[in-house]
Design a protein around this ligand. Sequence first.
Ligand SMILES: Cc1ncc(COP(=O)(O)O)c(C=O)c1O
Length: 390
Amino acid sequence: MGRAYVDVVNNVAVLGHSHPAIEAAVSLQLRLLNANSRFLYEPMVHFAEALAARFPPPLDTVFLVSTGSEANELALRLARVATGREDVLAVRGGYHGWTGATDAITTSLLDNPRALATRPAWVHPVEAPNPYRGRFRGPDAGARYADDVRATLTRLAAEGRGPAAFIAEPLFGNAGGVVLPDGYLAAVYAAVHAAGGLAIADEVQTGYARLGHHQWAFEQQGVVPDVVTVAKAAGNGMAVGAVITTRAIAEAFRTEGSFFSSVGGSPVACAAGLAVLETIDREGLRANARNVGAHLRAGLEAVASRHPIVGAVHGMGLYLGVELVRDRETLEPAADEALAICERMRELGVVIQPTGDGNNVLKVKPPLCFTRASADFVVGALDRTLAEGW
Ligand SMILES: Cc1ncc(COP(=O)(O)O)c(C=O)c1O
């Protein structure tokens, strides 16, 4: 038998690796039929209905695709057709995919250091609402960050333009699991709606019960988006993605003809998608994310209290981030240290990686079957690494 590692980064394998429920669902469907999704099959209907049932009204209509990039690409098209506009506001530092339009709205410096200098004219990056290292850090931070969105909308209006959409992760995944300041999305969605635009929530990383307290991260902000995108966890590693929206927005899209993506929502993809949803419920993975996530967070906070290099522990449930800084006042990112610490953790048996524009936040987003024993192991390995050196 080979060496065992604790995996704390693979949010795609939401149920855990090699889960028998996925293997069984996929192999059964493969023996029956797997074909072009231009045709309707039972697994497609079952998956779409099960997915829609997990969203609040009026989010009741589902488009099936294969990846997060495709889902966001379609979300942008839906918004553009429904509003008849082109412009999109996107939060700075976000990652939304690699395809043409999703790359255009991506300004993660880690993924593209030249991003902010090279955006097309229809993309309007807005200030990242990061209450740890951004400009505003107090209880009114949410409202103050929303000011930048309102200012962008005012500038667009002065130019005779209006927004098609605002897109953001409802928990700042790419920054390392930073919870958005209270009231931020409520204020932003209100402003965008008042300007005639739509709100898109990119739940590709943050959805699927990962936050424990919530099924979807937008619930943490007390808002309901117009369009939600999911992928990654949606298939536990199989290529499954979806866009969930309102009937009215989907109807508006009819002017574009029919929508299909040959293998997006194939019968096998849908069998996997349905098995993921059912297994999360059956195995109580949302409660596990809440309970083990709280235990893990407490352990990481105890590590932070012993080692000044840990500037903050971000996130909730099983979407956490350990932000490493050289100085707790200046918050200078400890990027080289983060890489070296990850290497040392790997030697100790923990698979972990840095993220964020400063490449200094250890991302902690393990499969939702994570145990307290694994959490203790990870906390012990980090504590040992920081105490002994790396
Ligand atoms: C928040 C977010 N949106 C979209 C995507 C793109 O998804 P995919 O890689 O499936 O195209 C990613 C991928 O990392 C992501 O993290």
